[in-house]
Write a new protein. Sequence first.
Length: 336
Amino acid sequence: MNPAPDILRAAYAELVCTDLERSRWFYVDVLGLVVTEENDEAIYLKGFDEFLHHSLVLRKGDTAALAKLAFRVCAPEDIDKAETYFTGLGAEVRRLPAGTTRGIGEAIFVLDPLGYPVEFFYDAEHTERLHQQYHRMPSNRLTRLDHFNITVPDVAEGQKYYADLGFRMSESIEDDEHVYAAWYYRKPTTHDLALTSGDGPRLHHIAFSAAEREQILNTADILGSYQAEDLIERGPGRHGVTNAFYLYLRDPDGHRIELYTSDYYTGDPDNPQIRWDVSNPRRRSWWGHDIRASWYEESSEVLDLDGVPVPIRTQVASERAAAIGADGFGIPTASH
Ligand code: 4SX
Ligand code: FE2
Protein backbone atom coordinates (compact mmCIF):
# COMPACT_ATOMS: atom_id res chain seq x y z
CA MET A 1 0.00 0.00 0.00
CA ASN A 2 1.32 3.49 -0.86
CA PRO A 3 1.69 6.02 2.00
CA ALA A 4 -1.59 7.69 2.91
CA PRO A 5 -1.92 11.48 2.55
CA ASP A 6 -1.55 13.41 5.80
CA ILE A 7 -5.12 14.54 6.44
CA LEU A 8 -5.76 17.65 8.54
CA ARG A 9 -9.51 17.61 9.13
CA ALA A 10 -13.03 17.41 7.74
CA ALA A 11 -13.29 20.64 5.73
CA TYR A 12 -16.49 20.96 3.71
CA ALA A 13 -19.45 19.09 2.28
CA GLU A 14 -21.44 19.68 -0.87
CA LEU A 15 -25.16 18.90 -0.73
CA VAL A 16 -27.55 18.88 -3.64
CA CYS A 17 -30.69 20.80 -2.65
CA THR A 18 -33.88 21.16 -4.68
CA ASP A 19 -34.97 24.68 -3.67
CA LEU A 20 -32.09 27.05 -2.87
CA GLU A 21 -34.33 29.78 -1.49
CA ARG A 22 -35.81 27.42 1.09
CA SER A 23 -32.37 25.99 1.88
CA ARG A 24 -31.02 29.52 2.36
CA TRP A 25 -33.77 30.15 4.91
CA PHE A 26 -32.79 26.99 6.78
CA TYR A 27 -29.00 27.39 6.72
CA VAL A 28 -28.86 31.16 7.29
CA ASP A 29 -32.01 32.13 9.21
CA VAL A 30 -32.43 28.94 11.25
CA LEU A 31 -28.86 27.67 11.63
CA GLY A 32 -27.01 31.00 11.71
CA LEU A 33 -24.37 30.19 9.08
CA VAL A 34 -22.78 32.98 7.01
CA VAL A 35 -23.04 33.25 3.20
CA THR A 36 -19.62 33.92 1.64
CA GLU A 37 -20.78 33.77 -1.98
CA GLU A 38 -23.94 32.82 -3.88
CA ASN A 39 -25.44 32.68 -7.36
CA ASP A 40 -28.43 30.96 -9.00
CA GLU A 41 -26.69 27.58 -8.87
CA ALA A 42 -25.00 27.45 -5.48
CA ILE A 43 -24.68 28.98 -2.00
CA TYR A 44 -21.33 28.89 -0.13
CA LEU A 45 -21.51 29.03 3.67
CA LYS A 46 -19.26 29.05 6.71
CA GLY A 47 -19.31 29.52 10.49
CA PHE A 48 -18.14 32.62 12.39
CA ASP A 49 -14.74 31.15 13.40
CA GLU A 50 -13.81 29.90 9.93
CA PHE A 51 -11.50 31.63 7.45
CA LEU A 52 -11.53 29.31 4.42
CA HIS A 53 -13.93 30.19 1.61
CA HIS A 54 -16.63 27.78 2.82
CA SER A 55 -17.41 24.73 4.91
CA LEU A 56 -20.67 23.91 3.12
CA VAL A 57 -21.81 24.18 -0.50
CA LEU A 58 -25.51 23.91 -1.35
CA ARG A 59 -25.86 23.15 -5.05
CA LYS A 60 -29.16 23.31 -6.89
CA GLY A 61 -30.34 20.02 -8.37
CA ASP A 62 -33.42 17.92 -9.10
CA THR A 63 -32.88 15.31 -6.38
CA ALA A 64 -31.48 15.83 -2.89
CA ALA A 65 -28.17 14.04 -2.36
CA LEU A 66 -24.63 14.24 -1.04
CA ALA A 67 -22.32 15.36 -3.87
CA LYS A 68 -19.04 15.51 -1.96
CA LEU A 69 -17.22 15.22 1.36
CA ALA A 70 -13.95 17.16 1.44
CA PHE A 71 -10.94 16.78 3.72
CA ARG A 72 -8.19 19.35 3.94
CA VAL A 73 -4.69 17.80 3.83
CA CYS A 74 -1.67 19.11 5.78
CA ALA A 75 0.47 20.29 2.84
CA PRO A 76 0.19 20.74 -0.94
CA GLU A 77 2.25 17.54 -1.56
CA ASP A 78 -0.44 15.51 0.16
CA ILE A 79 -2.79 15.86 -2.78
CA ASP A 80 -0.20 14.01 -4.92
CA LYS A 81 -0.01 11.39 -2.18
CA ALA A 82 -3.80 11.11 -2.24
CA GLU A 83 -3.70 10.54 -6.00
CA THR A 84 -1.12 7.74 -5.69
CA TYR A 85 -2.81 6.21 -2.64
CA PHE A 86 -6.28 5.96 -4.18
CA THR A 87 -4.97 4.87 -7.58
CA GLY A 88 -3.20 2.06 -5.70
CA LEU A 89 -6.49 1.08 -4.08
CA GLY A 90 -8.06 0.77 -7.54
CA ALA A 91 -10.45 3.67 -6.88
CA GLU A 92 -11.71 6.07 -9.54
CA VAL A 93 -9.49 9.17 -9.18
CA ARG A 94 -9.75 12.61 -10.81
CA ARG A 95 -7.46 15.62 -10.49
CA LEU A 96 -9.58 18.77 -10.36
CA PRO A 97 -7.98 22.04 -11.50
CA ALA A 98 -8.02 24.95 -9.02
CA GLY A 99 -11.39 26.69 -8.98
CA THR A 100 -13.43 23.62 -10.04
CA THR A 101 -15.18 24.33 -6.76
CA ARG A 102 -15.26 28.09 -6.04
CA GLY A 103 -12.61 29.04 -3.49
CA ILE A 104 -10.83 25.66 -3.54
CA GLY A 105 -7.42 25.04 -5.12
CA GLU A 106 -6.24 22.00 -7.03
CA ALA A 107 -7.82 18.86 -5.60
CA ILE A 108 -8.00 15.10 -5.89
CA PHE A 109 -11.54 13.74 -6.20
CA VAL A 110 -12.09 10.03 -5.64
CA LEU A 111 -14.91 7.54 -5.33
CA ASP A 112 -13.51 5.87 -2.22
CA PRO A 113 -13.70 2.11 -1.60
CA LEU A 114 -16.76 2.62 0.64
CA GLY A 115 -18.57 4.31 -2.27
CA TYR A 116 -18.32 7.98 -1.21
CA PRO A 117 -17.31 10.95 -3.40
CA VAL A 118 -14.41 12.42 -1.40
CA GLU A 119 -12.12 15.36 -2.22
CA PHE A 120 -8.68 16.15 -0.81
CA PHE A 121 -7.37 19.71 -1.12
CA TYR A 122 -4.88 22.02 0.54
CA ASP A 123 -5.09 25.43 -1.16
CA ALA A 124 -8.18 27.50 -0.58
CA GLU A 125 -9.18 31.16 -0.70
CA HIS A 126 -9.30 32.92 2.63
CA THR A 127 -12.20 35.03 3.84
CA GLU A 128 -12.28 37.30 6.86
CA ARG A 129 -12.60 35.43 10.15
CA LEU A 130 -15.71 36.91 11.78
CA HIS A 131 -15.13 35.61 15.32
CA GLN A 132 -15.11 39.09 16.86
CA GLN A 133 -17.80 40.67 14.72
CA TYR A 134 -20.13 40.50 17.70
CA HIS A 135 -22.36 43.19 16.26
CA ARG A 136 -23.10 40.90 13.29
CA MET A 137 -23.72 37.70 15.23
CA PRO A 138 -27.22 36.24 15.47
CA SER A 139 -28.28 34.44 18.68
CA ASN A 140 -28.08 31.09 16.85
CA ARG A 141 -24.58 31.57 15.40
CA LEU A 142 -22.36 28.57 14.65
CA THR A 143 -18.57 28.50 14.84
CA ARG A 144 -17.37 25.86 12.34
CA LEU A 145 -17.92 22.53 10.63
CA ASP A 146 -17.11 19.72 13.03
CA HIS A 147 -17.70 16.29 11.46
CA PHE A 148 -19.29 14.00 8.90
CA ASN A 149 -21.26 10.89 9.84
CA ILE A 150 -21.77 8.25 7.16
CA THR A 151 -24.12 5.26 7.05
CA VAL A 152 -22.23 2.15 5.99
CA PRO A 153 -23.48 -1.44 5.58
CA ASP A 154 -20.46 -2.89 7.38
CA VAL A 155 -18.89 -0.74 10.11
CA ALA A 156 -15.90 -3.11 10.46
CA GLU A 157 -15.06 -2.59 6.77
CA GLY A 158 -15.28 1.18 7.25
CA GLN A 159 -13.03 0.97 10.31
CA LYS A 160 -10.30 -0.77 8.36
CA TYR A 161 -10.51 1.75 5.54
CA TYR A 162 -10.30 4.79 7.85
CA ALA A 163 -7.56 3.28 10.06
CA ASP A 164 -5.44 2.63 6.92
CA LEU A 165 -6.03 6.26 5.91
CA GLY A 166 -4.42 7.34 9.22
CA PHE A 167 -7.50 8.16 11.27
CA ARG A 168 -7.55 7.23 14.98
CA MET A 169 -10.58 5.85 16.79
CA SER A 170 -11.84 7.71 19.85
CA GLU A 171 -14.97 5.73 20.77
CA SER A 172 -17.11 2.83 19.55
CA ILE A 173 -20.39 1.05 20.26
CA GLU A 174 -19.97 -2.72 20.25
CA ASP A 175 -20.99 -6.04 21.68
CA ASP A 176 -19.02 -9.27 21.58
CA GLU A 177 -20.02 -9.99 17.98
CA HIS A 178 -20.52 -6.69 16.24
CA VAL A 179 -19.42 -3.05 15.93
CA TYR A 180 -22.46 -0.80 15.60
CA ALA A 181 -20.77 2.57 15.28
CA ALA A 182 -17.29 4.10 15.53
CA TRP A 183 -15.81 7.61 15.78
CA TYR A 184 -12.54 8.57 14.00
CA TYR A 185 -10.41 11.72 14.14
CA ARG A 186 -7.49 13.57 12.57
CA LYS A 187 -7.93 16.95 14.31
CA PRO A 188 -7.60 16.60 18.10
CA THR A 189 -11.31 16.26 18.95
CA THR A 190 -13.43 13.11 19.21
CA HIS A 191 -14.09 12.93 15.49
CA ASP A 192 -13.91 14.15 11.94
CA LEU A 193 -15.80 11.14 10.64
CA ALA A 194 -18.17 8.66 12.26
CA LEU A 195 -19.48 5.38 10.93
CA THR A 196 -23.13 4.45 11.58
CA SER A 197 -24.51 1.04 10.65
CA GLY A 198 -27.23 0.95 8.01
CA ASP A 199 -27.95 0.38 4.33
CA GLY A 200 -25.37 2.43 2.47
CA PRO A 201 -23.34 4.23 1.27
CA ARG A 202 -25.50 7.08 2.53
CA LEU A 203 -24.82 10.34 4.39
CA HIS A 204 -26.12 10.18 7.96
CA HIS A 205 -25.37 13.79 8.91
CA ILE A 206 -23.05 16.76 8.87
CA ALA A 207 -22.34 18.47 12.19
CA PHE A 208 -21.57 22.12 12.91
CA SER A 209 -20.17 23.35 16.20
CA ALA A 210 -21.58 26.08 18.40
CA ALA A 211 -19.51 27.82 21.06
CA GLU A 212 -22.03 27.00 23.78
CA ARG A 213 -25.26 25.10 24.10
CA GLU A 214 -27.08 28.45 24.41
CA GLN A 215 -26.84 28.99 20.63
CA ILE A 216 -28.20 25.50 19.97
CA LEU A 217 -31.17 26.09 22.27
CA ASN A 218 -31.79 29.41 20.49
CA THR A 219 -32.02 27.52 17.19
CA ALA A 220 -34.71 25.28 18.69
CA ASP A 221 -36.61 28.41 19.86
CA ILE A 222 -36.29 29.96 16.38
CA LEU A 223 -37.69 26.81 14.75
CA GLY A 224 -40.70 27.10 17.05
CA SER A 225 -41.21 30.72 16.01
CA TYR A 226 -41.19 29.69 12.34
CA GLN A 227 -43.67 26.89 13.20
CA ALA A 228 -41.03 24.58 11.75
CA GLU A 229 -40.66 22.40 14.85
CA ASP A 230 -41.22 19.32 12.65
CA LEU A 231 -37.65 19.87 11.42
CA ILE A 232 -36.40 18.88 14.91
CA GLU A 233 -35.66 15.16 14.83
CA ARG A 234 -33.68 14.35 17.98
CA GLY A 235 -32.72 16.29 21.09
CA PRO A 236 -31.60 18.68 22.41
CA GLY A 237 -29.61 16.28 24.53
CA ARG A 238 -26.23 15.07 25.73
CA HIS A 239 -24.42 12.29 23.91
CA GLY A 240 -22.86 9.50 25.96
CA VAL A 241 -20.39 8.83 23.16
CA THR A 242 -18.20 12.02 22.78
CA ASN A 243 -19.96 13.75 25.71
CA ALA A 244 -21.11 16.49 23.31
CA PHE A 245 -24.37 18.44 23.61
CA TYR A 246 -26.51 18.02 20.49
CA LEU A 247 -29.58 18.81 18.43
CA TYR A 248 -30.44 17.05 15.15
CA LEU A 249 -32.48 18.81 12.50
CA ARG A 250 -33.65 17.80 9.03
CA ASP A 251 -33.18 20.46 6.35
CA PRO A 252 -36.00 21.15 3.84
CA ASP A 253 -34.65 18.33 1.61
CA GLY A 254 -34.34 15.89 4.51
CA HIS A 255 -30.54 16.21 4.88
CA ARG A 256 -29.74 15.71 8.56
CA ILE A 257 -27.73 18.43 10.30
CA GLU A 258 -26.39 18.13 13.83
CA LEU A 259 -25.62 21.13 16.02
CA TYR A 260 -22.88 20.11 18.38
CA THR A 261 -20.78 21.51 21.21
CA SER A 262 -18.17 20.67 23.83
CA ASP A 263 -16.70 17.28 23.14
CA TYR A 264 -13.16 16.72 24.46
CA TYR A 265 -9.50 16.99 23.39
CA THR A 266 -7.92 13.83 21.94
CA GLY A 267 -4.52 15.10 20.73
CA ASP A 268 -2.24 13.09 23.03
CA PRO A 269 -0.67 10.06 21.32
CA ASP A 270 -1.98 7.72 24.03
CA ASN A 271 -5.53 9.11 24.06
CA PRO A 272 -7.64 6.31 25.64
CA GLN A 273 -10.34 4.73 23.47
CA ILE A 274 -13.81 4.38 24.98
CA ARG A 275 -15.89 1.30 24.15
CA TRP A 276 -19.62 1.46 24.92
CA ASP A 277 -21.69 -1.68 25.16
CA VAL A 278 -24.67 -1.51 22.83
CA SER A 279 -26.96 -2.32 25.78
CA ASN A 280 -25.87 0.75 27.76
CA PRO A 281 -28.87 3.15 27.67
CA ARG A 282 -26.59 6.16 28.23
CA ARG A 283 -24.42 5.52 25.15
CA ARG A 284 -26.37 7.69 22.71
CA SER A 285 -28.34 9.77 25.20
CA TRP A 286 -26.68 10.46 28.52
CA TRP A 287 -30.19 11.18 29.81
CA GLY A 288 -31.46 7.78 28.68
CA HIS A 289 -33.92 8.86 25.99
CA ASP A 290 -34.92 6.43 23.26
CA ILE A 291 -33.89 7.44 19.76
CA ARG A 292 -36.56 8.01 17.11
CA ALA A 293 -36.54 5.28 14.41
CA SER A 294 -36.06 7.82 11.58
CA TRP A 295 -32.65 8.76 13.05
CA TYR A 296 -31.43 5.22 12.42
CA GLU A 297 -33.36 4.49 9.26
CA GLU A 298 -33.19 7.62 7.09
CA SER A 299 -30.07 9.00 5.39
CA SER A 300 -29.24 11.01 2.27
CA GLU A 301 -28.46 9.41 -1.07
CA VAL A 302 -24.82 9.59 -2.22
CA LEU A 303 -23.67 10.52 -5.76
CA ASP A 304 -20.64 9.22 -7.65
CA LEU A 305 -18.08 11.44 -9.43
CA ASP A 306 -20.47 11.93 -12.37
CA GLY A 307 -23.45 12.78 -10.16
CA VAL A 308 -25.13 9.37 -10.53
CA PRO A 309 -26.56 7.73 -7.36
CA VAL A 310 -24.25 5.08 -5.90
CA PRO A 311 -25.97 1.66 -5.50
CA ILE A 312 -26.96 0.76 -1.93
CA ARG A 313 -25.84 -2.37 -0.08
CA THR A 314 -27.94 -3.84 2.75
CA GLN A 315 -26.40 -3.62 6.21
CA VAL A 316 -24.58 -6.61 7.64
CA ALA A 317 -26.48 -7.74 10.74
CA SER A 318 -25.57 -10.04 13.58
CA GLU A 319 -28.21 -12.28 15.13
CA ARG A 320 -27.87 -10.54 18.47
CA ALA A 321 -28.31 -7.11 16.85
CA ALA A 322 -31.55 -8.22 15.24
CA ALA A 323 -32.75 -9.93 18.42
CA ILE A 324 -32.25 -6.93 20.73
CA GLY A 325 -33.24 -4.39 18.08
CA ALA A 326 -30.22 -2.29 18.91
CA ASP A 327 -28.89 0.73 17.07
CA GLY A 328 -30.88 0.67 13.89
CA PHE A 329 -31.59 -3.05 13.77
CA GLY A 330 -35.25 -2.61 14.70
CA ILE A 331 -37.65 -1.44 17.41
CA PRO A 332 -37.09 1.96 19.09
CA THR A 333 -39.93 4.26 18.15
CA ALA A 334 -40.36 6.58 21.14
CA SER A 335 -39.60 10.25 20.49
CA HIS A 336 -36.27 11.92 21.32
O1 4SX B 1 -25.74 8.81 19.04
S1 4SX B 1 -24.45 9.02 19.74
O2 4SX B 1 -24.69 9.60 21.08
O3 4SX B 1 -23.68 7.80 19.85
C1 4SX B 1 -23.52 10.19 18.87
C2 4SX B 1 -23.98 10.59 17.64
C3 4SX B 1 -22.39 10.76 19.44
C4 4SX B 1 -21.73 11.77 18.77
C5 4SX B 1 -22.19 12.20 17.54
O4 4SX B 1 -21.62 13.21 16.84
C6 4SX B 1 -23.30 11.60 16.98
O5 4SX B 1 -23.74 12.09 15.79
FE1 FE2 C 1 -22.56 13.56 14.97
